[in-house]
Design a protein around this ligand. Structure first.
Ligand code: B12
Ligand code: SF4
Length: 539
């Protein structure tokens, strides 16, 4: 058993997540914690921003407990809060080694380390094995030792080389002369049966909600990782490397059973990008739920083509507890879907629409405002299409280009367009891009018109409210969370930062530093093969 003290942190969410539950379990960190414990690291604590904690709480915990390693997780929406937290932890516990990981930091390790020198290293990619091996390789009080030497054989890490020049330049940023060091590339786990049960006991499950205003008996589980498709706008394709890896059905069923029997949770939300990728798994899972006598409500994200293939299984799925799906319909124009390599046909969606309505009480349809080729007619086609297939919840989101560049970002830059770098905007999907025929204002106007048209249409409201309890809850949540976001945004812009705490002041500083850094450098091109061997400089 190891005495290493490990503190994990997920920064808070700044905005409501449209219709999604705002307060979701930090599954990535819980999975890492489960793996650590399984290998004898019993001193693991977790502070979750989604539970209402922030950088001040993390720093307090770090001061009192003096952890050896602090792991900070991050989507693009969490970057500035994560960096502010790293600085506050370093001040509170100078001997802690600070590791940033997760989908955003993995994409831009260079930028992360240079903008926030308090982050010691970035763990790139899938986290369980990297973090475990990192902890196994560290000496006690790692930051006071030569941790770089200890970690050079752990795959999937990146740090700034130790140097004789000062660590920080006059602006307080990491010295640009320090080269970057990548260890060997971390491969995805070949077999997800190696995963252990997430350490749910590190959280207070009652703090999480399927929706902010309802459902306290909720839990988030994972059935598979990744997606075999390669839609041109999707960040998942890069992080999970276009591979779909299932967990054993029995392990997933064990977790469902544990959730019901040990945690008293029966509203299950699957995080899978594409839950129904394999027909035989759909059958095995549903039959397993029924044969184990589990009384659950289940929600998952599925693709149109998978649901079309399995339309004869809708009855079985319903009996197993499925009440609804999130489906990425994306567009009512087939040529747009083909352009984005979606691999889906609008006619298949039309064919299953009545069956979906008949069997499930909540269909959330996501659509997005497309690329340069999108026209005013595309908006109208999408509006009509969403009505035709009868979604209960309609989400039309802007095309969001996450770093590192997906090809579409470069195509916009090549047209001479000034891109938005602010991670508060990108991370919360608030960037509006122009198209070949529409400027930003026109795009925003059309999007608002489609969204407002849906939510102010009494027929749609009645349809959603009368479809069933789940759909009614989601519809009302959508309206309430939108209002709450507007109030919170107003508070942010009117209450001075220094009244709102040090983490808010620091997050603003990191935002400015990042914007300065980004304007001086082009968006890096994602190249998964660019990593050099252990200990070599890649700068
Ligand atoms: C569930 C989910 C959510 C949940 C919870 C998100 C969360 N913060 O945990 C909810 C519904 C709240 C959500 C919201 C949003 N989401 Co979301 N979400 C997902 C989804 C489907 C699964 C995430 C998940 O739990 N995976 C399973 C766990 C095990 O994986 P993981 O969290 O990535 O953790 C692993 C590694 O990343 C790594 N790791 C993670 N943290 C750390 C930390 C350390 C120290 C280390 C070493 C490793 C490490 O190790 C973990 C285990 O391998 C992903 C898609 C995907 N497949 O990744 C999108 C995804 C993460 N979401 C995305 C987006 C865009 C959003 C929203 C902006 C949507 C919106 N329009 O509002 C919001 C942002 C919310 C916010 N402000 O925080 C994007 C993120 C892109 C980006 N660069 O940020 C993704 C990738 C979807 C996509 N295809 O584009 N989301
Ligand atoms: S199907 Fe969904 S998860 Fe898969 S690549 Fe396309 S958008 Fe991403």
């Amino acid at each position: 058993m190891s005495g290493l003290k490990i503190l994990l942190y997920r920064p808070p969410a700044r905005h409501h997540v449209t219709v999604f539950p705002q307060k979701t379990f930090p599954l990535g960190l819980l999975s890492i914690a489960g793996m650590l414990r399984h290998h004898g690291f019993m001193q693991v604590r977790l502070i979750d921003g989604f539970e209402g904690f922030n950088g001040e709480d993390l720093a307090r915990e770090a001061r009192d407990w003096q952890p050896d390693v602090v792991g900070i997780s991050g989507l693009t929406a969490h970057v500035y809060d994560g960096m502010a937290a790293a600085q506050m932890v370093k001040e509170a516990a100078p001997s802690a080694l600070i590791v940033a990981g997760g989908i955003h930091f993995s994409a831009v390790p260079d930028e992360t380390l240079r903008v926030c020198p308090h982050i010691d290293l970035v763990a790139i990619g899938e986290g369980e094995m990297t973090f475990l091996e990192l902890c196994q390789s560290l000496p006690p009080s790692p930051a006071h030792h030569d941790w770089r030497a200890s970690l050079s054989s752990v795959a999937g890490l990146c740090w700034l080389a130790a140097g004789t020049e000062p660590a920080l330049n006059e602006q307080g940023q990491a010295n640009p002369d320090r080269p970057l060091v990548y260890t060997e590339k971390r491969a995805l786990m070949s077999d997800l049966s190696q995963l252990t049960m997430p350490a749910f006991d590190l959280t207070n499950p009652d703090r999480y909600r399927m929706h902010p205003y309802s459902w306290g008996d909720y839990v988030m589980l994972e059935g598979s990782r990744g997606c075999p498709f390669q839609c041109t706008y999707c960040h998942t394709t890069q992080f999970w490397q276009k591979r779909w890896r299932p967990r054993p059905v029995e392990a997933v069923l064990d977790e469902v059973e544990y959730s019901v029997q040990q945690m008293g949770r029966r509203a299950i939300h699957f995080t899978d990008d594409s839950w129904a990728t394999r027909r035989e798994r759909v059958i095995a899972f549903c039959e397993g739920v029924l044969s184990r006598g589990l009384d659950v409500d289940i929600w998952a994200q599925c693709r149109v083509d998978d649901l079309y293939r399995d339309r004869d299984l809708f009855g079985l799925m319903k009996r197993a507890g499925f009440y609804g799906f999130l489906i990425g319909f994306e567009s009512g124009e087939q040529q747009a879907l083909d352009r984005w390599k979606k691999g889906v046909e609008v006619d298949k969606a039309r064919a299953i629409a009545p069956l979906l309505t008949e069997h499930f009480d909540s269909i959330i349809g996501t659509f997005f405002i497309g690329d340069w080729e999108t026209t005013a007619e595309s908006f109208e086609a999408t509006r009509l299409y969403s009505r035709e297939i009868g979604v209960d919840i309609f989400i039309e989101a802007p095309l969001t280009l996450f770093p590192p560049t997906i090809p579409i970002w470069k195509s916009y830059e090549a047209r001479g367009l000034k891109m938005e770098w602010d991670y508060d905007q990108i991370g919360n999907c608030k960037v509006i891009l122009p198209t070949g025929t529409l400027d930003r204002d026109a795009v925003l106007e059309l999007q608002k018109r489609n969204m407002a048209g849906f939510y102010t249409d009494p027929k749609k409201a009645w349809h959603a409210l009368s479809s069933g309890p789940h759909s009614a809850r989601q519809f009302s949540t959508m309206i309430f969370s939108g209002l709450e976001d507007a109030v919170r945004e107003r508070a942010r812009t009117t209450i001075p930062a220094h009244w709102r705490g040090r983490s808010v002041v620091l997050r603003q500083e990191y935002r400015s530093r990042h914007l300065e850094f980004a304007s001086a450098r082009p968006m890096p091109v994602y190249d998964p093969n660019a990593w050099s061997g252990p200990g070599q400089s890649a700068a």
